[in-house]
Design a binder for this molecule. Sequence first.
Ligand code: 4AD
Ligand code: MG
Length: 425
Amino acid sequence: MNIDKLSQSIGKTIEIKGWVYRMRESKDIIFIVVRDSNDVVQCTIKSDNKDFEKAKSLTMESSVIIKGSVVEDKRAPTGFELKISSLEPVHIAERYPITKDQSPEFLMDVRHLWLRSRQLTAAMKVRHTVVGAIHKFFRDRGYYEFDPPIFQPSQCEGGATLFQVKYFDDVTYLSQSWQLYAEAAVFALEKVYDMSPTFRAERSKTSRHLAEFWMAEMEAAWMELHEVTEVAKDEVRFIIQEVLKHNKKELEILGQDVKKLEEMVKKPFPTITYTQALEILSKKESQKMEWGKDLRTIEEDLLMKHFDTPVVVTNYPKEIMAFYKPRDPKDPKTALCFDMLAPEGYGEIIGGSQRDTDIKALSESLKKMGEKPENYGWYLDLRRYGSVPHSGYGLGVERVVAWLCKLENIKDAIAFPRTQRRFKP
Ligand code: 4AD
Ligand code: MG
């Protein structure tokens, strides 16, 4: 039986399978806190039980099968305990290397064991809900799941963060984004989405950057900027609703304020422009920023002090944007693009745009970045045969999980994080 179901079995005899979480021993009685993937329960065994010696042989993280009766006990941490009738060790664990107060670096070295911690178990469960919600959101709205190649011959988000890999006798790169291939797919499927591994050789050692992360992207034909930003808001709102529906317990373990999320999800998520964002920074934060520079972490955080929901920021300066973001004809210094920023210092969770359909403008932007337009021939072809306005965006799965779980570092939003300094175990 799952440990979280025990409270419904008071007075009954049941069997649980799990791992020793904590143990306390006195002469006549042993208290064993057992955990499974659902919860923990205090179990007691007395010295007159035939299995008392077996219980004594248990160590932290030993696996065990226990039969017993569930009884109410106000002193037990969960209000009831399991009185053991029989106990069978399955495997006696060696001395467990993780004890209290260990350094984050050590916990990363033993990540394969640290995954069992309550904190990481809770974060992995929230991640499971977030991923399921994304699939459900798009499938329910008629989007097709479309898988990209992971080996890609060119950049999408700037050459500086490309991972080069040996490819037989040639070289190629790991995917920085699914987008360029999705732009080909919309001519067949119109509305597509995907969630796949994404790679960036990020040199910045921040609490927001991974070298390998999962991006959930969408792309839709016939869609313009003002429409795609609304899809993004609906998606994030749906993800929060699903997490609130399935993971209240995990949010509490992680120290996240459930009420705050419940309030947030009822409010509209505002849209402002980059230029308005600079005005807020200048008027309310006395942070003067030169028009044309990208918002850095510090400016995003100052800006978000003035919002308690996610915010969409549109129309960043064209010159600092990726090559595929078109100039806004109504405000030509800017591009038809957007980011969604999360509150409380979690920064950018989504980046997206309308896509440039003008071959000349695209070629010029590529040249400015030092790229050869010939290498993007297939991509430019998409503008030659029945071109249509289209838009899309990418959501950083770990950024969203870190934000909703109130994690200090994005590394705990993924089981085995990859950063510049760490790619093991
Ligand atoms: O803003 P980005 O770079 O946008 C794109 O890649 C577009 N091609 C997506 C599209 O339009 N289809 O990345 C999208 C999101 C960011 O907002 C952020 O949440 C996440 O991906 N992200 C990262 N997450 C973790 N570690 C990193 N190094 C990340 N880089 C981007
Ligand atoms: Mg971005």
